[in-house]
Design a protein around this ligand. Sequence first.
Ligand code: FE
Ligand code: MN
Length: 443
Amino acid sequence: MRFKKSSFKIIFLCCLLTIVGCNSSANKANSINDLYAITNFYVATDLHYISHSLHDNREAFQAFIKSGDSKMLNYSEELLDAWMQQVINARPKAVILSGDLTNNGEKVSHEELAKKLGIIKNSGIEVYVIPGNHDILNPWARSFKEEEQLKTDYISPQQFEVIYADLGYNQAVDRDQDSLSYLAKLSDNLWVLMLDTSIYDRNLDVGYPVTEGELSQSTLAWIGEQGALAKKAGTQVFAVMHHNLIDHSELSSLGFTINNNEQVIAQLKAAGINLVLSGHSHIQDIRSQDQMIDVATSAFVVYPHQFGDLHYMDSSAVLEYTTKKIDVESWGRSAKPNNVDLTKFTEYSTDFFRQNSYDKVYKSLSSQNYSDEERDKMARVMTELNLHYFAGTVNEMDKNFIYSDGIKLWNTAKPQFLKTYVLSMLKDTKENNRTSIQLSSAK
Ligand code: FE
Ligand code: MN
């Protein structure tokens, strides 16, 4: 008994030394690796997830999709499942979702989405979410049955925090008292401010989800505090928000760009932040203004169904952003081999977007004095341009496109919104799918 006890002590001591020893050599290795350390994470936005249990894909749901903005809601679950497989295979350190997580804030969709994201989290990949304008206190929450839309439960901000507790809120290093904003650490050297820019308090009174976004004075003050903490820690910070920080269109930016954007830009800069990752506009578009960069990733649920893949290099404080497409086809071949929409998804999704876009334009031109052939030409060029505009690839289009009959017809059309829209899309010659950002730090 005595012998056993003392030998146990010796074994315990040896173990302790080994652990301490291992630890110190591991630390040394880490400090060398730190010089070359790369943090890889994904960002996706506007999933507009709707649970299959809330629709039967019949008349009411089909009509809802048709009247919408090309969201592929009928396959929202499949898109997520395909992406999850991609995420789990690629093993980024974290995934960030910047709002409009659900179609119209249905409680069932939120709960189901959180459960699925929990699978990513349980595989050892952190998940950080913030809400968008569709997610909280949304009086438009609906289920769809045959020819009817039926009211379904929405959620409160308190419920949001509970549903997504393990997907950001429990991992937060600091929380804003005035919103669902929080600070998270992606690594020792890279922090992220997840900013809740949506305004949901008025939704139930006005009867719709308020589109515009803002940050309160108290949240702005909290951002300042986080900047001071980052400066003290000598770490880099960037921000994520649903609304855009900078105008992404020469047309109307009302409701897209955050209301008090000049104030927000000034406060972010003071906090040492020069990068924002946003969504909301559903288009892929990178813009900068006053040394501030806003990377708007296109909507997950809209063609071309992509997300941002980011690599941060500690040694240079450079963050590389590239878009990647959701690989629905690989997933579809094993999970739903008999569904050609999924096994030939690129074709299906392009047709889906084209049809939606074409039908809307063709119809809107019906009241004007054009022949069917002219309307067809105008709708075709608009659709092609729109397809590239959403993908952020107008710069890759054949330059002769501007001399096509359809564009000529738009050029001579009477003043109208669609004409301005078509001509403004043509001007987008930027690179929108990749960028390299040198992160600044607090002064
Ligand atoms: Fe959205
Ligand atoms: Mn939105």
